[in-house]
Design a protein around this ligand. Structure first.
Ligand SMILES: Cc1cc2nc3c(=O)[nH]c(=O)nc-3n(C[C@H](O)[C@H](O)[C@H](O)COP(=O)(O)OP(=O)(O)OC[C@H]3O[C@@H](n4cnc5c(N)ncnc54)[C@H](O)[C@@H]3O)c2cc1C
Length: 281
């Protein structure tokens, strides 16, 4: 994209009107860090949404509501009981990028390396989209295909609702990189609900060594109803190849990626189980 003009609307409704008037000649601008990766040079007018009051993190009932223009650095710094989002945010790129990159920008146009879609799929988050009125979408529905398609007609993501983890809920996310600020070779997120030591429910998601982030249903099925032990985790992780076709990355083979994913699934599950056991109040 080539930014040729810039608008800073005063309200959400005005931003949507501007976007609808501009059609394909307009583009929502949040942190602007993804422009670097958008190869085509179509001239566009940027519609800046960063002054619309969409930068916040609030607990509302059973959800943490995170405004769409909240920078990743704020999510990394935030603390609350059973808060788990900081873990992945501190692994995304550098401080400078995290200071301006927003949660909305990360999940409205999903690049193969994006880490937050993996986390939000495993957490069963909800995305709130403004189209004149606000509508919520479950993560499974929202990430079924490239979300950018949802925003072609002036719609705007306003917030992301992340469930509060309750007693016996555990969460673990792991991003494997070759160097500190690199894109992930593989990112894995695991959510576990334990009943004693038995796994009542599980949500697993993966990203980066596959074309698009997605859940791992066969791995999940191999966990539910079983004891939360390393042997069960290992057996479930070995099924990762049944859910997706792993791709080679950065000179590594596809087989290497699959093996790396299995080891990372095991690690993420152990992290989720110890999270659940350590926070039972
Ligand atoms: C060097 C570098 C390394 C990076 N490494 C990683 C990494 O390892 N893992 C990772 O996950 N991310 C990484 N990122 C960040 C990621 O690639 C994106 O750049 C970033 O998440 C986009 O956020 P932004 O706020 O800058 O969005 P923008 O660039 O402003 O927007 C991105 C896209 O989303 C649309 N958009 C933004 N907000 C909304 C909204 N509220 N509603 C509808 N549409 C919207 C825009 O129109 C645009 O199409 C990296 C970025 C850089 C520059």
């Amino acid at each position: 994209m080539k930014l040729c003009d810039f608008i800073r609307p005063a309200s959400l409704a005005a931003a949507r009107d501007n976007l609808r008037e501009l059609g394909p000649k307009g583009m929502i601008l949040a942190g602007g860090t993804a422009l670097h990766f958008m190869q085509d040079h179509t001239p566009v007018t940027a519609v800046d949404i960063t002054r619309l009051g969409l930068s916040f993190i609030k607990q509302e009932g059973n959800y943490y509501n995170i405004g769409a223009t909240t920078p990743l650095a704020d999510i990394q710094r935030y603390r609350a009981p059973r808060w788990a989002m900081h873990e992945i945010c501190r692994r995304i790129s550098t401080h400078q990028i995290r200071n301006i990159s927003t949660i909305g920008g990360n999940i409205c146009r999903v690049f193969p390396w994006a880490d937050l879609p993996v986390i939000l799929l495993a957490m069963d988050a909800r995305m709130v989209i403004y189209s004149g009125q606000e509508e919520e979408f479950e993560a499974d529905e929202y990430f079924k295909t490239q979300p950018a398609k949802r925003f072609l007609d002036g719609n705007i993501l306003t917030s992301v609702k992340v469930p509060v983890l309750h007693a016996h809920h555990g969460f673990g996310s792991i991003k494997v990189t070759r160097t500190d600020a690199a894109f992930a070779h593989v990112t894995i997120a695991a959510f576990l609900e334990l009943d004693g030591n038995q796994i009542k429910s599980a949500r697993m998601a993966a990203g980066s060594a596959i074309p698009f982030p997605r859940r791992l249903p066969t791995v999940e099925a191999a966990l539910v109803g079983r004891e939360a032990t390393p042997a069960v985790f290992k057996e479930a992780a070995s099924k990762a190849g049944e859910d997706v076709t792993w791709r080679g990355r950065e000179g590594m083979t596809a087989d290497y990626s699959r093996h790396l994913a299995e080891v990372t699934i095991l690690d993420a599950l152990e992290r989720a189980a110890s999270f659940a056991r350590g926070r039972t109040e």
